[in-house]
Design a protein around this ligand. Structure first.
Ligand code: OXD
Ligand code: MN
Length: 590
């Protein structure tokens, strides 16, 4: 399939190490994937669902102890520990390669070694990267085929001479958690993963390559690899505005990526197009603007709580060509179910652990991290620009977290530097304490904490540099919080499609159309500038908007202490500018 000697040599080297029974190159043809799918069915790895109702869909279960990302087993192996920073696990590259070579030695005996050429991003785009992933898991092959652009076309776009390609090495090994490693070698543009067969640990193109390794490459080459969705908001007789947004896991990112505007907006011709649900690669174009592509080609979404209200586009997407993992398998009609899908009574099913299950069972039927893997092309709101090699021009960045009281519904950073600060303090409230009775803030800067392939302090520095480079073309920066609660602990803002109203204000700001109220934390909307037409039934009045926008100085002083504590981790590596921003915020709160 290729004459590229660097690729042929590496594949040969990996084959000598792992000693597979045979080697199969994935060419990208539908026939080959259909054969592999059949093989996966025959060996029980996937079970086809009712093909009348869910054509091309199948269900899979991981091992019970292998159902989510293993952050403790994830390492960044750069030569110098300080370059990896306090928020990543570090191991010296030689030591890790030594450990891995022992574990990979002969690991594929009796198994097939699959070689998957892939392009992250539209094939041939200047923003895209080509790589080779080796795996002994047919499940990984089937998922990768959906999530990335795979096969000969990737090799052809690389050519026969280039050595600039990503190496991804994976084996399910014995699924032994003790010896599980997800090891990144950013300097070698490589990632090695063993003893996991699930999600972000094993589908290397996703978190490992598109974020951890790419973020390092981005820093070295002057671009950004971000844990961001990308949407295009189409408005009547105006240009579509593209926005990239970073929300930590479980903050409704996939829902925002596929938002359906409420009736009033839809009637007026507003549409939201999804360019990406999870990752954005962004680079300055020759016009000075920041252009973004989605390096992926499909969605690996969290199933629980996805339903016709929270995300009708995702529900529509997963009606065909989808692999469901760790959901409930309903044996009555050979379909799938998960908590938060609907109120159906399930009488005869198998849960994610493989045990008999029904709606009266005391345990959850689907894992909280149950997933769907679905092609982007099946999404009703997929952007016509999804495959555009040039990408889309980004006008705004949105950060967001989950905070009951501190953060207002929306605010805008004063400028780029302040925006970097706003991104750096993103956090989500999580239950803590032995009984889960108290609440603490899990800081997750730019939602990148588990995905940054180098020292986060340097990452803030890189963002600051990008701002210098972009100058007046830098996107405007905003922060949202859909999760303010009232005294009874209920969410106040209706969220989901209604978030369009906040996007609307953001777009008006980007276009320079609306005034602001200056607060100590940033610019806020004038309350009457948030469109609440049609929200009466949801109890949203102007007074409620005022409450949602209120900034409690006492809480913000506590917030400053929390940020100080978080920043201390980075010692003197933290850019001066970040310290200045924090001091300035403290002064504005006096
Ligand atoms: C994901 C995550 O899997 O962010 O997308 O955890
Ligand atoms: Mn994600």
């Amino acid at each position: 399939m290729t004459k590229n000697q660097s690729i042929l040599n590496w594949v040969e080297e990996m084959s000598i190490l792992t000693k597979p029974a045979d080697v199969v190159w994935i060419d990208g043809s539908d026939e080959q994937i259909a054969d592999l799918r059949q093989k996966a069915v025959d060996s029980g790895i996937i079970k086809p669902l009712c093909q009348d109702k869910l054509p091309g869909c199948a269900v899979h279960r991981t091992a019970v102890h292998d159902a989510a990302r293993s952050e403790q087993k994830t390492f960044i192996c750069s030569p110098n520990e300080k370059d990896v920073g306090p928020t990543n696990n570090w191991c010296a590259p030689d030591e890790m390669y030594d450990t891995l070579h022992k574990l990979f030695d002969g690991v594929m005996r009796g198994r097939t070694m699959y070689v998957i050429p892939f392009s992250m991003g539209p094939v041939g785009s200047k923003l895209s990267k080509v790589g080779i992933k080796i795996t002994d898991s047919i499940f990984v092959v089937l998922n990768t085929f959906i999530l990335a652009r795979c096969g000969k076309l990737a090799l052809d776009s690389l050519g026969d001479e280039s050595n600039d390609w990503v190496r991804g090495m994976h084996s399910t090994g014995q699924l032994d958690d003790e010896n599980r490693y997800i090891a990144h070698f950013p300097l070698d543009n490589a990632v090695w993963s063993i003893n996991s067969g699930s999600g972000g640990n094993a589908l290397l193109t996703k978190k490992c390559i598109a974020l951890r390794n790419a973020s390092y490459q981005g820093k070295s080459e002057g671009w950004l690899a971000e844990h961001m969705l990308i949407i295009g908001v189409e408005r009547p007789e105006k240009d579509t505005v593209y926005i990239a947004a970073a929300l930590p896991s479980h903050c409704g990112k996939t829902n925002l990526a596929m938002l359906v505007p409420p009736e009033g907006y839809a009637k007026n011709g507003y549409k939201v197009w999804c360019v990406s649900d999870d990752v954005a690669w962004l680079k300055q174009g020759t016009d000075g603007k920041l252009w973004a592509i989605n390096p992926e080609n499909g969605f690996f979404g969290v199933a629980p709580d996805t339903n016709n209200k929270t995300n009708p586009n995702a529900i529509s997407t997963v009606q065909k060509n989808t692999i469901f993992t760790n959901v409930v398998h309903n044996l009555d009609d050979n379909s799938v179910w998960w908590e938060g899908l609907n109120d159906d009574k399930i009488t005869n099913a198998v849960d994610w652990k493989g045990n008999p299950w029904n709606s009266d069972s005391s345990e959850k039927g689907a894992h909280t991290n149950a997933r769907f893997t679905a092609p982007a092309s099946d999404c009703p709101c997929i952007s016509p620009e999804h495959d555009n090699a040039e990408g889309v021009p980004i006008s705004a960045f949105i950060f967001g977290g989950k905070r009951a009281k501190t953060l207002p519904l929306v605010y805008q950073a004063f400028d780029w530097k302040h925006g970097v600060f706003v991104g750096s303090i993103v956090g989500t409230e999580v239950a803590s304490g032995l009984t889960g009775s108290s609440v603490s803030v899990r800081r997750d800067p730019m939602a990148m904490l588990p995905f940054c392939g180098y020292n986060m302090a340097d990452y803030f520095g890189h963002w600051l540099k990008m701002g210098d480079r972009l100058g007046r073309n830098a996107p405007k920066v905003f922060n949202v919080n859909w999760f303010r609660t009232n005294d009874e602990g209920n969410f106040v803002w209706p969220g989901y499609g209604e978030n369009m109203r906040v996007l609307d204000w953001i777009i008006e700001r980007v276009c320079g159309n609306k005034g602001v109220v200056e607060t100590p934390i940033g610019y806020e909307p004038k309350p009457e500038d948030i469109n609440i037409d049609g929200l009466e039934d949801a109890g949203i009045t102007l007074d409620v908007i005022k409450e949602l926008l209120s900034v409690d100085k006492v809480l913000w002083k506590e917030e400053v202490n929390g940020i100080k504590q978080f920043y201390t981790k980075f010692g003197d590596r933290l850019p001066e500018e970040m310290k200045t921003q924090l001091v300035d915020l403290e002064k504005r709160l006096l």
